[in-house]
Design a protein around this ligand. Structure first.
Ligand code: NAP
Length: 284
């Protein structure tokens, strides 16, 4: 495993395993245990994924010392306010059966993000979480939150894949000490990405899969990547990316796939805010 150093000096694995859309507790527990035994050290869950208990059981069953693991979870919109974060954090720790977290994130830039951030700062100062960050924040929101609070987020977890490469955002956030972490590293398989001809040619040249090429591309850009698979063979494949290197030409060819457009939801579109707020019963 390779590591990056966050803005508060702690180490974070460069490749992580995400558990979004693995609702079955038995399946989730099994794949997370496989992932840890295979070499993943970063596990990414969220209260909204409904599987923190399964993740906690897998952590215990895998038998790897707690201090070697990097466990992330996130507060969802209904808890993005001062009191809500305190409650959600305690509940996540209880479900995960842990006594501290490595990274706690505000899942969306929606709700009372400033109140929520002050609660995160307190949890951090109390030693209950080793690093605090955000998810789906745009550059202006990172600047606003950082300039008017004490602590700059250590991490921003955002949609980032070969179709939406976000060069300007990565440069801006990195320059402010915010580590970019990607979600949807495979664009969730959209546009037949695993059979993309550019990626297939590069994969064949290196004797790797297109999935491995996509994750290696993120690593070489200095981005922490998350991927999800419920298939044990693909779980193993997705962490086996440290024994080859993409050339300058490979990186340039992948750059050509960029469409600079989200393939999910634009968090600056009010319709996205309305959609996400609707999940927690808020509407005009
Ligand atoms: P993803 O990793 O881009 O794609 C997952 C899809 O790719 C699944 O259908 C999986 O199928 C397939 N797959 C995985 N490895 C493969 C391989 N080697 N070959 C072929 N197919 C493969 O999507 P994601 O789960 O949305 O994103 C990853 C993680 O990011 C999540 O689990 C979550 O932790 C995080 N995330 C965060 C946010 C946020 O708002 N912060 C949003 C979305 C996701 P199989 O399972 O069948 O292998």
């Amino acid at each position: 495993m390779e590591y990056t150093t966050l803005n508060n000096g702690i180490k974070m694995p460069m490749v992580g395993f995400g558990v979004f859309q693995i609702p079955d507790p038995a399946v989730c527990q099994e794949v997370v245990e496989t992932a840890i035994k295979t070499g993943y050290r970063l596990i990414d869950t969220a209260e909204a994924y409904g599987n923190e208990e399964a993740v906690g059981k897998a952590i215990k069953a895998a038998g790897v010392p707690r201090e070697e693991l990097f466990i992330t979870t996130k507060a969802f919109i209904q808890h993005i306010n001062y009191e809500g974060v305190k409650e959600a954090f305690a509940e996540s720790l209880r479900k995960l059966d842990l006594d501290y977290l490595d990274l706690y994130l505000l899942h969306q830039p929606i709700g009372d993000t400033f109140g929520a951030w002050r609660a995160l700062e307190e949890l951090y100062k109390e030693g209950k979480v080793r690093a605090i960050g955000v998810s789906n924040f745009k550059d202006d929101q990172i600047a606003n939150l950082s300039l008017f609070n004490e602590i700059t987020p250590a991490v921003n977890q955002i949609e980032l894949h070969v179709f939406h490469q976000k060069e300007k955002s990565v440069a801006y956030q990195t320059s402010k000490g915010v580590q970019v972490e990607s979600w949807g590293a495979f664009a969730e398989g959209q546009f037949d990405v695993f059979n993309n001809p550019v990626l297939t040619a590069i994969a064949q040249k290196h004797g790797k899969t297109t999935a491995q090429v996509m994750l290696r591309w993120q690593l070489q850009r200095g981005i922490v990547s998350l991927s999800k698979s419920a298939n044990p063979e693909r779980v193993r494949q997705n962490v086996d990316i440290f024994d080859f290197e993409l050339s300058v030409d490979d990186m340039a060819a992948i750059k050509g796939l960029n469409t600079d457009t989200t393939v999910f939801n634009d968090h600056h579109d009010p319709k996205t805010v309305e959609l996400l707020a609707g999940y927690v019963g808020k509407s005009f």
